[in-house]
Ligand binder design. Structure first.
Ligand code: ZN
Ligand code: FE
Length: 257
């Protein structure tokens, strides 16, 4: 099984998951053309779409891909049936399905949207997190609150530390620049920022990251950081000193960064 990032739109990633047989699934095809080109370049055969959530920049290519390949399976959250174009395989939290001889597990991670899911491939040590967990950040809270997002992120960080995280956008550099404002003395964060700056300079993707790297650098996963707590509470003197309140204020700061 191979995983190939496909840059789409301005800063989205679709991903091809290609089985030994050549059958490919595409995660979050924002648009069809670059996906079809990548499938051809890889010598694969498109068999399925896995959508993490209903936003147009994640499902925008569904219809055109279905025109090119009418037999595609389209997997998405059952509760979002009405918002995911062409859905054929509605799934719930904990659903498991086979792909190319490997197992795929659905993890319900709402908050960015109320029907957001992640796709976990335990045998490949990989998870597709859409707009829930980003390298260095998390999605905006469009249909959930800080507690819901924090719980959803917790379900992802419960995966093994070496799990590779494939997220929906190339936001890493800006995310880490924000993170550094909250944890200027986090050495691992500073080192990752330098690494990411160099990758971006070379035009390389900064994905995948790993759960371990995120736990060490992502401000939305660091309630244990004394420095982050201190910096956030100093900006919001009325904010109660509890992890969810600090998370909410961190999200608020990021919204306007
Ligand atoms: Zn989104
Ligand atoms: Fe998005």
């Amino acid at each position: 099984m191979r995983i190939v990032p496909v840059p789409v739109l301005l800063d989205n990633y679709a991903y091809l998951v290609i089985a030994e047989s050549g059958a490919a699934a595409v995660v979050d095809p924002s648009e069809a053309a670059p996906v079809l080109r990548a499938v051809e370049r890889e010598g694969a055969t498109l068999a399925a779409i896995w959508n993490t959530h209903h936003h147009w920049d994640h499902v925008g290519g569904n219809r055109d891909l279905l025109i090119a390949h009418p037999d595609l399976r389209v997997v998405g959250y059952a509760g979002d049936r009405a918002r995911i174009p062409g859905i054929t395989d509605p799934v719930e939290d904990g659903a498991q399905f086979d792909f190319g001889g490997g197992m795929v597990r659905v993890i319900f991670v709402p908050a960015h949207t109320s029907g957001h899911v992640a796709y976990h491939l335990p045998l490949q040590n990989a998870v597709f997190t859409g707009d829930t967990l980003f390298a260095g950040g998390c999605g905006r809270l469009f249909e959930g609150d800080a507690r819901m997002m924090s719980d959803s992120l917790g379900r992802l960080t419960a995966l093994s530390a070496d799990t590779r995280v494939f997220c929906g956008h190339e936001y890493t550099e800006k995310n880490l620049r924000f993170a550094l404002t909250l944890e200027p003395s986090n050495a691992e964060l500073a080192a990752k920022y330098r690494r990411v700056e160099a990758q971006v300079g070379r035009g390389e993707p900064t994905v995948p990251t790993t759960i371990a790297e995120e736990l060490a650098t992502n401000p939305f996963l660091r309630p244990s950081s004394e420095e982050l707590r201190r910096v956030v509470l100093a900006k919001f003197p009325d904010c109660p000193d509890d992890p969810i309140a600090v998370f909410a204020k961190t999200r608020e700061l990021k919204d306007s960064f």
